[in-house]
Design a protein around this ligand. Structure first.
Ligand SMILES: Cc1ncc(COP(=O)(O)O)c(C=O)c1O
Length: 439
């Protein structure tokens, strides 16, 4: 294909974006004087400069230049409730009125813990953290101390947090210095071979039952069942990172598959939009943290039982994202994905939307995608162009193509998105066809 044509289209998209967003550019310039690259969360950075968002309401966002977007990103799955949901807001206001930082145990943490234990089959006991990253670090620690082993099996292309980063298919220099064994996602034979080789040295197998950041690629049920069986056989702790996927059924992806890990980590929306993480699982594993025990493992965190988070999380899970709401939202996501894929097939373009339920990801290829490594082979500049075209159409998604539905998104918003995708296919048809010819 003509790379020059695609480059030119991107350059023009950047120029139009720059022209449209002077306030975002000014924000970036000011930020760069006090934060490296003007950034404090790497995923939010992109050239020519990131969009600055001023406010949100329901499923809409407004940027600093007052353009409106339908929020189809949903804060990378944390924003399931939409912006300032009235029930969450009331819970936060009540919490604020009652005082926030007690330096003491409170009742709301019990309520949220009860709701979490009721909801997720693998969680007999739970502890709260401030982020999904921390939750995974603590779950890995629990597995290492329990098994008295050191190695951890993880999968290329996965993301388990800021210091548990395998997105490029391998580890990262910022990773926590665990002894990781990297396996290929969804590759049964290769993973079985690694399990045979390392089985008895493995403290934990840590897996996202659908990779989220890696492109919304679900693991096969047989693959997860094989991991379950191997973990049991080897005395290894199977940890499902459901930080993103817990929303995919009332009891998470584990319930949908009927496969129960030994431990589960949670995060994102479960804190009602506040900073949140949790790790939980089998009683014997979690009992290691029982502080009344003489040999207890400590687990600290000033904000672990933060009243705002506990209050927002509790009403969120029990009054708003109820089991019925989870079923409905995921059905809406499945319907939207089917519509989008029909559109791609109808126009015969090398483009597809992967995922499950309310989580989707666009990929510029029609090849079968079974792993993050497969997804990495798709055309990335075309996806970049898609991102900027969506912005121009008033649709906010992740630059890497991730789309997550929030509860206030309705038929009208889904139509807006489908129309924007169809317009992209029509206006970028030549580029898509040229690309198609090369794959
Ligand atoms: C699967 C998964 N695990 C863990 C994390 C880390 O969560 P946090 O950003 O709250 O540290 C994320 C964040 O995106 C995630 O997607």
């Amino acid at each position: 294909m003509s790379t020059a044509t695609l480059d030119a289209a991107l350059a023009q998209a950047y120029a139009e974006y720059t022209e449209r967003n002077p306030q975002s550019l000014a924000r970036q310039n000011a930020a760069a004087t006090v934060m490296p690259g003007g950034n404090t969360r790497t995923v939010l950075y992109y050239p020519p400069f990131p969009l600055g968002v001023a406010r949100g309401e329901s499923c809409y966002l407004w940027d600093l230049d007052d353009h409106r977007y339908v929020d189809f990103l949903g804060e990378y799955t944390a924003g399931i409730y939409g912006h300032s949901h009235p029930v969450i807001r009331a819970a936060l206001e009540e919490a604020l009125t009652g005082g926030l930082n007690f330096g003491a145990s409170n009742s709301m943490e019990v309520k949220l813990a009860q709701a979490v234990c009721e909801r997720f089959p693998s969680i007999d006991l739970v502890r709260f953290t401030n982020s999904g990253t921390e939750a995974n670090l603590m779950a890995l620690t629990a597995a290492r101390t329990f098994t008295k082993r050191g190695k951890i099996l993880v999968f290329g292309g996965s993301y388990h947090g800021g210091v548990l980063y395998f997105s490029g298919g391998e580890g990262s220099p910022v990773n926590a210095p665990y002894d990781f064994v990297l396996a290929p996602y969804n590759d049964l034979a290769a993973t079985e071979a690694l399990l045979d080789q390392h089985g008895r040295d493995l403290a934990a197998i840590l897996i996202e039952p659908m990779v989220g950041g890696g492109g919304c690629i679900p693991a096969d049920r047989e693959f997860l069942a094989m991991l379950r069986e191997a973990a049991t056989r080897n005395g290894t702790i199977l940890i499902f990172d459901e930080v993103m996927t817990s929303r995919l059924s009332p009891g998470g992806l584990q319930a949908k598959h009927g496969i129960t890990p030994d431990m589960t980590t949670l995060g994102k929306y479960i804190g009602g939009g506040m900073s949140f993480g949790a790790f939980g699982g089998r009683t014997d594993l979690m009992a290691q943290f029982d502080p009344s025990r003489a040999d207890a493992l400590p687990h600290a965190g000033t904000f672990n039982n933060n009243v705002m988070t506990m209050s927002a999380g509790f009403v969120g899970l029990t009054e708003v994202y109820t089991p019925a709401a989870a079923i409905e939202l995921n059905a809406r996501g499945d319907a939207l994905r089917a519509r989008l894929n029909e559109l791609c097939q109808h126009h015969e373009v090398p483009m597809q939307f992967t995922g499950l339920g309310s989580m989707l990801n666009v990929h510029m290829t029609d090849a079968s995608l079974r792993s993050p490594a497969d997804a990495a082979k798709a055309n990335q500049p075309l996806r970049e162009l898609f991102f900027f075209d969506m912005l121009a159409a008033g649709v906010w998604i992740a630059r890497r193509g991730m789309i997550n539905l929030s509860l206030p998104i309705g038929d009208a918003e889904c139509d807006t998105f489908v129309n924007a995708v169809e317009y992209f296919i029509q206006t970028r048809g030549t580029l898509l066809e040229a690309h198609s010819a090369t794959v």
